[in-house]
Write a protein that binds this ligand. Structure first.
Ligand code: FES
Ligand SMILES: [Fe+2]
Length: 325
């Protein structure tokens, strides 16, 4: 039996690259969502993502491909592909382009410092848009740190953490005063908001009397923002990208309000505090099993309601054993 019997890639937007990882004229291989892609940034500045393999004789466009205008040229025999329409637009030695010369392309958006890629199990177009996180482009904030980890887990398992009230107490030693969560604007909304009031004895981060407010938004299965109040205003933009079966990349881009250098040590202490919390979760996620029928007690969060919300990302055609509760 699988440890996490959930479809590997829920439908949604996922971070493919950080924006600054791909410049104009660059081609990059991607190995995410259990398959291979090629990404390139055309001379118009837009990133396109195609299937990795050239339909001619199978070369990987991400290894040696070249950008020409807004198209990509295969390194093997020079066929030129339009990464927006998928059409082959030139073959250097042939007079006629075969009628079915087409490569698969995927919707992309660039937002919040990420290049996002749309995945749908039945290749449907995007059913929602990538949310804009204002702090990522607000001059009053600066990017403090960027981290990435590979976990032996699944995006649903990681997200489920937010409704798991009891773990805040036991694992993170937080005294939870209040938790409110729910979809924003209707039960089928791809966005969930979570608000937690807690008290915790820590000088690194908490405000007066150890008080902290956490507000978090989940935007579909691949993007989350968490805002912490307290001594410092920190904004954590988190990407979750399935890499393959029971493998997920977690990316954090952490923004803090611009402050004078005297407080830099405080920011560092705050960061350490924040990271320690994550490492506690990582240890659990890396080894836990997904239980379709968990044994719940009063005082647990509403895991069933959370799973009902998440189920929308599996679509009708997916095998959803384990996702149905
Ligand atoms: S394999 Fe790409 S042009 Fe031949
Ligand atoms: Fe946690």
């Amino acid at each position: 039996m699988k440890r996490i019997p959930l479809p590997t890639v829920p439908n949604g937007w996922y971070k493919a690259l950080y924006s600054d990882e791909i410049g104009v004229g660059e081609v990059k291989p991607l190995s995410i969502l259990g398959r291979a892609y090629a990404a390139y940034r055309g001379e118009d500045g837009a990133v396109r993502i195609t299937d990795a393999y050239c339909p001619h004789l199978g070369a990987h466009l991400g290894h040696g491909g070249k950008v020409e205008g807004d198209t990509v040229v295969c390194p093997f025999h020079g066929w030129r592909w339009d990464g927006t329409t998928g059409q082959c637009v030139a073959i250097p030695y042939a007079k006629k382009i075969p009628p079915r010369a087409e490569i698969a392309t995927f919707p992309t958006r660039e937002q919040n410092g990420y290049v996002m890629l749309w995945h749908h199990a039945e290749a449907r177009p995007p059913s929602f848009e990538v949310a804009e996180i204002p702090e990522t482009s607000d001059p009053r904030y600066r990017q403090y740190k960027r981290m990435r980890w590979e976990l032996d887990s699944h995006v649903q398992e990681i997200y489920e953490n937010i409704v798991d009230v009891a773990h805040f107490r036991a694992l993170h030693q937080m005294d939870i005063q209040k938790v409110v969560w729910g979809p924003v604007g209707g039960p089928d909304s791809p966005t969930v908001r979570l608000h937690v009031d807690l008290v915790r004895d820590n000088t690194e981060q908490a405000g007066v009397g150890g008080r902290t407010e956490i507000e978090s938004f989940l935007y579909g299965p691949g993007l989350q923002v968490t805002r912490l109040s307290g001594k410092m205003k920190g904004v954590s933009v988190n990407s979750l990208t399935p890499l393959g079966d029971e493998k997920v990349e977690v990316g954090h881009t952490y923004y803090v309000e611009r402050s004078d250098p005297a407080t830099e040590r405080e920011v560092e202490a705050y960061w350490d505090y924040y990271m320690n919390d994550h490492y506690l979760d990582f240890q659990v996620w890396n080894h836990k099993r997904f239980l379709e029928h968990p044994l719940l007690a009063s005082g647990d969060g509403d895991v069933a309601a959370f799973r009902r919300w998440f189920r929308q990302f599996y679509g009708a055609g997916a095998s959803t054993e384990g996702a149905s509760r």
